[in-house]
Write a protein that binds this ligand. Structure first.
Ligand code: SRM
Ligand code: SF4
Length: 561
């Protein structure tokens, strides 16, 4: 008889939750400042996390002191697309409730931190009023659907707007709990019908979807649980998709059974099969994902252990579709969106670089005020990028000068300072993230500055590598698909280094050094860059060189494993 493993705790919480309600309503009504343990899991499905300010956990003598509970809220913003009015609502809510700061995320969404429980309801209602929501932005469901950028207003890319929306809507859970708890609707039924896709236990774990055009990897498609890369017919109309499954990045240091993984290509499907195949993939995760161990519950482990051939036939069986496995993928590129672009409708777009997506008024640099002024004055639409930047769209040519002089008055430069900064990412980590082992976003400027010195010294600006940093191995800023991943490993500021990802984003890297003190990171990178400069082919990118040269040789060179 095979051994029956225990379901994980969160599975029981979901089952007993009465459609994700738990006792959330009671906490709101009684004016509590935080939710009970079980409800802390359930509120994720409503788009929020309960947090503590980790800077304030200990007093000067190192003693634990209590500090107020606060919340992080995350939007459901398919493709990161916002109208001017929608952006203004987030901006306004940040002033009223979120300490005057917004945070663009690596999945084209927006977060706010340091929110009090009593303020959650007005926030959800304000977001709902402009036709947005936070529903399913976190939790064991399909999260924010990411979509290729379209600063050019290009017709082919524009076809992805309704597709990202369709996938987002199709996989939105059906429980009315969100509307009842936050929007004031009355309970329709005592018990909801089981959700047609999610049942009563939802998915074993989070699930992420990206959509793009084949060849355009501005969404890091291989890091998603499921991805669709559209192909075009002779008239530029979408006629089908390359379907991908089983990407994901979260891992735990020293647990080899956890690992980052690039998605597998399942094959090409005609346009009409999109939803049935998507459902086949999501429900395969629902039915085969591990519900006993949350560290082994992502779809990537099903693909890794059962194999892509098995998975492909399972999805074919569920969807009735047939994958064309002979069709060749075009080469991937990540088009540059930073700076000014002319759009097909005759207006302009401005790709606006931010550092780690933090939008607030910095000393001498009122970034949040400047964006608010520009977006509202010129009525611009916005696309948040998967690289924590913004694309501002719909700028009339005659307004370009006015907009630029406004930015000058505010002392804001929308350009990336140097190529190294273009696609560099860091996750929030301390003080809000409960899982952070080390700093990330807060020390990233200092780290980039010291890496930039090495790049300048070795004259490598024309092929500066993609660098991404996180405060723990969960991979929120996608360090493993970068050319250089810097991953928090140990309290006290020790990091592991990962090489082997490439600029096209088709691979994930591996460890080349462990427990490197923060101050030594640029020193270690300089050793690696010297070899790259000396032994690399002309114009060879660092990620490609690292894979060709061998990670083992880098491990020997860095001597820190
Ligand atoms: Fe993430 C958990 C922030 C994108 C993998 N992530 C968290 C939490 C909620 C911490 C927690 O569970 O208590 C972080 C909140 C910190 C804070 O204070 O804001 C957090 N993740 C983020 C964001 C804000 C990072 C950013 O710099 O923008 C991103 C929000 C995206 C969004 O809008 O939905 C974010 N997280 C990602 C990505 C990248 C992606 O999806 O493109 C990944 C890697 C891809 C993947 O999912 O495999 C990612 N986050 C994780 C994991 C590891 C999951 C795993 O399979 O092991 C966790 C931990 C967990 O789920 O247990 C996590
Ligand atoms: Fe927190 Fe780790 Fe994600 Fe950074 S990578 S936000 S430290 S969970």
């Amino acid at each position: 008889m095979s051994e029956q493993k225990e379901l994980s705790e969160v599975e029981h919480i979901k089952t007993a939750s009465r459609g994700l309600r738990g006792k959330i309503g009671t906490a709101i009504e009684t004016g509590a400042d935080g939710f009970e343990e079980d409800d802390k899991q359930l509120i994720k499905f409503h788009g929020m996390y309960q947090q503590k300010d980790r800077d304030r956990r200990k007093d000067d003598a190192g003693e634990f002191i209590e500090n107020p509970t606060s919340f992080m809220i995350r939007g459901r913003i398919p493709g990161g697309r916002l109208t001017s009015d929608q952006y203004m609502v987030w901006d306004d809510l940040a002033d009223k409730f979120g300490g005057g700061a917004l945070r663009l995320t690596t999945r084209q969404s927006i977060q706010m931190h340091t929110i009090l429980l009593k303020d959650l309801k007005p926030i959800m209602q304000a977001v709902h009023k402009v036709n947005l929501s936070t529903m399913g932005a976190c939790g064991d469901v399909v999260r924010n659907v990411t979509q290729a950028l379209n600063p050019w207003g290009n017709k082919e890319l524009g076809q992805l707007d309704p597709i990202a929306q369709l996938l987002s809507d199709h996989f939105k859970y059906k429980s009315n709990a969100y509307a009842e708890l936050w929007l004031g609707e009355s309970q329709i039924n005592k018990e909801d019908e089981p959700d047609p896709i999610y049942g009563t236990t939802y998915l074993p774990r989070k699930f992420k979807i990206a959509v793009t055009l084949a060849g355009n990897n501005s969404v890091d498609i291989y890091t998603n649980d499921m991805g669709f890369a559209a192909t075009l017919d002779a008239n530029g109309k979408i006629d089908g998709y390359f379907a991908f499954a089983g990407g994901g990045l979260g891992m735990t240091h020293n647990k080899a059974e956890t690992y980052p993984r690039a998605a597998d290509l399942l094959g090409w499907i005609p346009e009409k099969d999109l939803i049935s195949v998507a459902e086949g993939i999501v429900t395969s995760h629902r039915d085969f994902g591990d519900r006993t161990n949350r560290k082994h519950a992502r779809l990537k482990y099903v693909l890794a252990e059962k194999g892509v051939e098995w998975f492909r036939s399972e999805v074919e069986r569920r969807s009735g579709a047939k994958f064309d496995i002979d069709r060749k993928l075009p080469k991937w590129e990540t088009p540059n969106y930073l700076g000014w672009t002319e759009r097909t409708d005759g207006t302009l777009a401005l790709g606006f670089h931010t550092l780690s997506g933090r939008i607030k008024d910095f000393p001498e640099k009122p970034l949040k005020t400047a964006l608010k002024d520009i977006i509202s004055t010129f009525k611009l639409s916005v696309q948040v990028t998967a690289d924590q930047d913004l694309v501002l769209m719909g700028i009339k040519k005659e307004d370009k000068e006015k907009l630029e002089s406004k930015l000058k008055e505010y002392n804001i430069n929308p350009a990336s300072p140097k190529p190294l900064y273009d696609r560099a990412l860091a996750c929030p980590a301390l003080p809000t993230c409960g899982l952070a082992l080390t700093e990330s976003e807060r020390t990233f400027p200092q780290l980039l500055e010291s890496i930039q010195k090495v790049i300048d010294k070795l004259d490598l600006n024309d092929r500066a590598p993609i660098v991404r940093m996180t405060g723990c191995p969960n991979g929120c800023a996608r360090p493993y698909s970068a050319e250089i991943g810097i991953v928090g490993q140990q309290a006290g500021g020790k990091y592991s280094l990962f090489f082997g990802g490439n600029p096209e984003g088709t691979k994930v890297g591996d460890y080349v050094a462990k427990k490197v003190p923060f101050a030594d990171i640029p020193v270690q990178l300089e050793k690696a860059f010297e070899v790259w400069k000396k032994e690399g082919n002309p114009n060879e990118r660092f990620g490609d060189f690292a894979a060709r040269y061998s990670l083992d040789k880098f491990r020997d060179l860095l001597g820190a494993m």
